[in-house]
Design a protein around this ligand. Sequence first.
Ligand code: NAP
Length: 339
Amino acid sequence: MTTTAPAFRALGSTGPRVFPLGLGCMGMSALYGSADRAESVATVHAALDAGVTLLDTGDFYGMGHNELLINEALRTAPAAARDRALVSVKFGALRTVEGGFTGIDGRPAAVKNFAAYSLQRLGTDHIDVYRLARLDPDVPIEETVGAIAELIEAGHVRHIGLSEVGAETIRRAASVAPIADLQIEYSLISRGIEKEILPTVRELGIGITAYGVLSRGLISGHFSRDRELGPGDFRGMSPRFQGDNLHHNLDLVDRLRAVADDKGISVAQTAIAWVLSRGEDIVPLIGARSRTRLDEALGALEVTLTDADLAAIEDAVPADAAAGERYPAAQMAHLDSEN
Ligand SMILES: NC(=O)c1ccc[n+]([C@@H]2O[C@H](COP(=O)([O-])OP(=O)(O)OC[C@H]3O[C@@H](n4cnc5c(N)ncnc54)[C@H](OP(=O)(O)O)[C@@H]3O)[C@@H](O)[C@H]2O)c1
């Protein structure tokens, strides 16, 4: 826990100011194996109690499960904490009953349909930040963003966000309406945004909410070579968690651990503090599913990385050091941010 209140960070020049770490709630419903609902709700409460304001979800995380969980957590939180909470929702992913992903829908009518259902599940009268999860190749981004702008006009949404899109799409979106933040993967081992995307959002006054800061647990210091992954666990098909790649990547974590040990902090805190150090316009989303993990993550706010620390971290985990892409090939091909 932090001893002094950490400075809030702005989500771009038009978005809200938020606690410097957001809570990503995805793993409480999907993609990282089974989660304990009571502990998930307790983790949201503990995060709000610690000052966290931004909760991130997607309507497709467990096909509505995650939004209902957030509804329960906010309903049972103290009123003051509930009033401070801001909910960021991704939409657009199409699912099957079995849980498969079959595409993305960014048509204006679909945007309003998704929003209507999300508001019901969340039990709120507005969504604080609303964003298409992946670019719909069949719908110009201007149309999708225009539909969210109409939801803002109607009072159902407060701010527009983007997710995993590249520089050109960001510019097109920003030409329609103010964009608060871009949500995108960014970590010690996923630095692809630094070349073009980060300079573009900075030029346009758009913030970053960074996900995968621990590379889905891979660089948290808690992932082991022999860990069994259950069915439906994203990491079971993620290139970075396979065979030789996993061994190589965990060797990098061992190198990072040596730096963390010297500083008397944990590996996860080192990785989170590194992302925090990359700019005041970046808000890491922490995928904690338990109060123990949350406490560890919050500890990163007390870490100051000196130039010598940053050099040691760079030496341990140079850019592009990871083995394997951040998504399976088929998903990489659909990422506007990678093309
Ligand atoms: N826009 C997008 O395309 C997109 C994609 C993915 C995620 N997101 C959002 O970003 C959020 C965070 O992403 P992520 O879950 O991939 O992030 P992450 O923080 O890189 O990974 C979370 C995993 O790391 C493990 N972990 C170990 N130590 C931890 C610690 N101290 N604190 C937190 N986690 C720790 C947890 O596993 P155990 O619980 O097993 O310990 C957890 O499942 C998601 O919840 C979601 O809201 C957005």
